[in-house]
Design a protein around this ligand. Structure first.
Ligand SMILES: [Zn+2]
Length: 113
């Protein structure tokens, strides 16, 4: 979706020079975008059931992911980045995608002007 947009330029995929390696980044504008998998990042909207076996193991794993996400957000914000997180399921929704793109545009435009 983001990759298909010709209106946005200067974005990088899997940007390694920022904490957490954002899925999409606009280094010039310090805008970082993460696409979080609903399952692995504990999406409250989807709430997919954990496997019956090793339930605690998965629970802990997901909690760890969430904590790590929060840490990366903090590190990025401390470094002056603006952080967007979208859920995997939101990518399937055209309106949600458009809303996100609009927000990013607003920020990029703001800094251009
Ligand atoms: Zn979800």
């Amino acid at each position: 979706m983001l990759a298909g947009s010709h209106r946005l330029s200067g974005w990088r995929l899997n940007y390694e020079d920022a904490p957490g390696k954002p899925d999409f980044a606009f280094p010039d504008y310090k805008v970082a975008i993460f696409v979080d998998g609903c399952y692995w990042h504990g999406c409250p909207h989807c709430k997919r059931p954990l496997p019956e076996t090793n339930h605690e193991y998965w629970e802990r794993k997901i909690q760890r992911n969430i904590k790590r996400d929060q840490l990366h957000d903090m590190q990025l914000r401390d470094a002056g980045w603006r952080v967007f997180r979208i859920w995997e399921h939101q990518l399937k929704d055209k309106n949600e995608c458009q809303m996100l793109l609009d927000q990013i545009h607003a920020i990029l435009g703001e800094q251009n002007g």
